[in-house]
Design a protein around this ligand. Structure first.
Ligand SMILES: [Zn+2]
Length: 250
C-alpha cells in the first residue's frame, strides 16, 4: 500500500513503520470507520473508573483490543481500579508521553489497538488531548477519556478543559457521590490538617497513610472531600469528617 493524500502531514515524530508491517492500522485506513473521542467527567468517587472498566469490558467482549492508560499511579504495576473491586493492568503515562507514538508503537510490535481508555484524563496536557483527537480522526481509534471536572479551587483541570473543547461527546458522570448533606456532590474540596483550603498547587496527591494528628507530622495531612456547591462555598465539611465520600484522590 502506498502513501495517499489522506496521510497526516509530516511532523516531528519518528517515521511510522511501513503500513504492511502494521496491518491493524493499514486495515483501518483502507476502511475508515468513524471513530469518536468521548469524555466522561465528574467529581471524585463518582464512578468514573468503574465506568472505564465497564466500557473496556463491553468492547473486549466483542473481540476488540484496547489499550488502557493512566497516570499518577505510584504503584509498581499501574492499573485502573475502582472502588467496587475491579481492576485492570494499565500503561503509565506522564505529561511527556506522545500518545500517538504509544499507539503506533503497539501496532509496530504487532499488537492491535482498536480503542484507548484514558483514566485520570484531567492530568493530560492540551497537546496530549489533541494527540487523542488525531488518533481518532486520522487513525480511527476510539478514545474514551475519564477524568475529574474541576480542581479544589473549582477551576477546570487543563486536560478537562481541552477535552470539553474538542471531544465529540461529553457526559457528566453523576451517579454515586453525595455531599455529607445528601445533595449530589459537585466540587472537590482540599482539606489540609482538617481545614478546607481554596488556594495552592493544582495537584497535591492525597496522603494515603493513616491520618496523623495536626501538628504532629513534618508535613500537613492532605485529603479531598466532595461537597455540594453550597457547602463548598460555606467551607462546611460536615459533622463526620471521617465518613464516607472522603476517599483519597486516587
Ligand atoms: Zn452539602
Amino acid at each position: 500500500m502506498t502513501a495517499s493524500a489522506e496521510d497526516p502531514p509530516d511532523d516531528d515524530s519518528p517515521p511510522i513503520p511501513a503500513l504492511s508491517s502494521v496491518p491493524a492500522s493499514g486495515d483501518r485506513r483502507r476502511h475508515p470507520a468513524p471513530a469518536h473521542l468521548r469524555f466522561f467527567h465528574g467529581p471524585m468517587d463518582c464512578g468514573k473508573s468503574t465506568l472505564a472498566l465497564q466500557v473496556d469490558h463491553n468492547h473486549s467482549r466483542q473481540g476488540r483490543h484496547g489499550l488502557l492508560v493512566t497516570q499518577g499511579d505510584r504503584s509498581a504495576a499501574p492499573q485502573i481500579s475502582s472502588r467496587v473491586g475491579l481492576s485492570r493492568e494499565a500503561t503509565e503515562i506522564d505529561d511527556g508521553t506522545d500518545l500517538r507514538l504509544l499507539v503506533r508503537g503497539r501496532w509496530a510490535a504487532g499488537a492491535r489497538v482498536d480503542y484507548l481508555i484514558v483514566d485520570e484524563a484531567q492530568f493530560l496536557t492540551a497537546a496530549q488531548v489533541d494527540q487523542l483527537a488525531e488518533l481518532v480522526d486520522e487513525w480511527h481509534v476510539d478514545v474514551y477519556a475519564f477524568g475529574l471536572t474541576t480542581d479544589f479551587r473549582t477551576r477546570l483541570f487543563p486536560g478537562t478543559q481541552r477535552l470539553l473543547e474538542v471531544a465529540d461527546d461529553v457526559q457528566r458522570v453523576q451517579v454515586e457521590v453525595l455531599c455529607w448533606c445528601g445533595l449530589p456532590g459537585l466540587l472537590n474540596a482540599r482539606v489540609v490538617d482538617g481545614a478546607m483550603v481554596r488556594s495552592g498547587e493544582t495537584v497535591v496527591v492525597a496522603d494515603t497513610a493513616p491520618a496523623e494528628l495536626p501538628g504532629t507530622g513534618s508535613s500537613p495531612t492532605v485529603r479531598y472531600q466532595v461537597l455540594c456547591r453550597r457547602h463548598y462555598v460555606r467551607r462546611e465539611l460536615g459533622p463526620t469528617p471521617a465518613g464516607p465520600g472522603q476517599l483519597a484522590l486516587s
